[in-house]
Design a binder for this molecule. Structure first.
Ligand code: SAJ
Length: 424
């Protein structure tokens, strides 16, 4: 295969496009957002991911990569568009559908189509295939179709894209083989071939497994608060057991993947997905719990000035999608608090309900309470010695176990730690 057309140039589509282009494949990257296309064709990128800017620059310099508003004929088409959910947690498949419709007029004999977007079970065979079949070609015979989930971790995308095992689920064996040949261009991890629906399930199972495990960590944090012990210490001790690996509690689960994908199972089989639903509900409740901790630490919320440090959905990324930190700020504002939030990776983002500022000093200078919501590396320099110079606030709520509590207490601060504060 010599050419690939990739639809969707976000966190997955763009690194994949740059990877193919720097491995000798002609790539047309398609995005419906004109800002994305213009930014890329200027040699810049619209997302933060370590190493990505350099790779995109190499891709452009190689002459193999171009961004465009619409698809062009190619040997293979990859759909890497978002699959969000509606307010009622039903999967919103409109982007996948319109991407498949956009490809159909360009489909030629021998082409391969890969769906990478995380999707409910049976999407490839029941949604994408019928659209592509309108080309008049026959799936699995005159064109090939497979589902191949992305499994890379934001923050480590470039390494994981190459090194992770890759799953290719074809609608028939020859479709899987064509998919394997394509990804073998740059994948060094194992390439595992299976059916399309198995591959869809694998992806959802991986993220659901992580969500359920984070939910139990969050539940342990609530139990620790009730029984007045430090959950972080208890987890550290429990994890010395050879078969126990408890994850970290925190303000909740965000991002476009783990907080979304388990709902696809709940939607597809509500009679069965009971543990999955309970875990989602536990994790979605965490921001509310954090707000209760803040209220308790600062004697109420009305008119309290709160500095929120971090808005990203996890450390050292600029992605705010489904972020529990943003949810905490919205809930605080709803309760009458005056929030100033600082997100070092996204300085210009505006919100309706609360103010964002461009430095930590500005966020905390007139605060009553400081809340740590994301364990960004940049925040590790935040010491009590610095804090006493910048603010009169002496109440801190740590939702991610970032601070050395004894240092801060020695400097005169009251610290509330999620998973440790006595229940009132
Ligand atoms: N989180 C915790 N406690 C933990 C670990 C994570 O509260 O111990 C929170 C994070 O702060 C964040 C959320 O969970 O809000 C998700 O973060 P994450 O680092 O677990 O995962 P993602 O969403 O960045 O990436 C996941 C990965 N899936 C798995 O690890 C099974 C990645 O491999 C997938 O490719 C990605 O979802 C995806 O795109 O589906």
């Amino acid at each position: 295969m010599n050419s690939v057309c990739i639809l969707g140039l976000g966190y997955i589509g763009l690194p994949t496009a740059a990877m193919f282009a720097t491995h000798g494949i002609k790539v047309i990257g398609v995005d419906v957002n004109p800002h994305v296309v213009e930014t890329l064709n200027r040699g810049e990128i619209h997302i933060h991911e370590p190493g990505l800017l350099d790779l995109v620059k190499q891709a452009i310099a190689s002459g193999n990569f171009q961004a465009s508003h619409q698809p062009e004929p190619a040997d293979a088409f990859i759909i890497a568009v978002p699959t969000p959910f509606y307010g009622d947690k039903q999967a919103d498949m409109r982007f996948v559908i319109s991407a498949a419709e956009a490809i159909t007029p360009f489909l030629r004999t021998g082409n391969l189509v890969i769906l990478e977007s995380t999707s409910p079970p049976l999407t490839t065979t029941n949604i994408v295939k019928p659209i592509l079949d309108k080309s008049g070609l026959t799936a699995g015979e005159s064109y090939y179709l497979a589902y191949s989930p992305e499994r890379v971790l934001p923050g480590q995308i470039l390494n994981e894209l190459v090194e992770n095992a890759r799953v290719i689920g074809g609608i028939n064996p020859i479709s899987s083989q064509r998919g394997r040949d394509l990804y073998a261009t740059f994948v060094r991890g194992e390439i595992v071939m299976t059916s399309a629906t198995t591959a869809e399930m694998v992806k959802l199972m991986e993220n659901t497994y992580r969500d359920v495990n984070i939910a139990i960590a969050n539940e342990f944090a609530l139990l620790a608060e009730r029984f007045q012990i430090n959950v972080w210490e208890a987890i550290e001790i429990a994890n010395r057991h050879p078969r126990v690996k408890i994850l970290k509690p925190g303000p909740g689960v965000g991002g476009h993947c783990i907080s979304v994908d388990p709902w696809f199972f709940v939607e597809a089989a509500p009679d069965l997905a009971k543990v999955i639903l309970a875990s989602r509900q536990r994790n979605d409740h965490q921001p509310h719990h954090v707000v209760e901790l803040i209220a308790r630490a600062g004697a109420g919320l009305k008119d309290r000035r709160i500095a929120a440090l971090g808005l990203a959905y996890k450390p050292d990324v600029d992605d705010l999608r489904e972020s529990p930190a943003v949810e905490v700020c919205n809930l605080l504002s709803n309760a009458g608090a005056v929030v100033k939030a600082f997100e070092p990776y996204k300085l210009d983002q505006q919100f309706e309900k609360f103010q964002t500022v461009r430095s930590l000093a500005e966020a905390i200078q007139d605060a009553d309470t400081i809340v740590l919501l994301v364990n960004h590396k940049n925040f590790r320099d935040f010491t009590p010695q610095l804090a006493v110079q910048l603010t009169r606030a002496r109440t801190i709520v740590d939702t991610v176990n970032m601070l050395n509590a004894s240092d801060w207490k020695a400097a005169g601060f009251r610290i509330s730690l999620l998973g440790n504060t006595p229940e009132s």
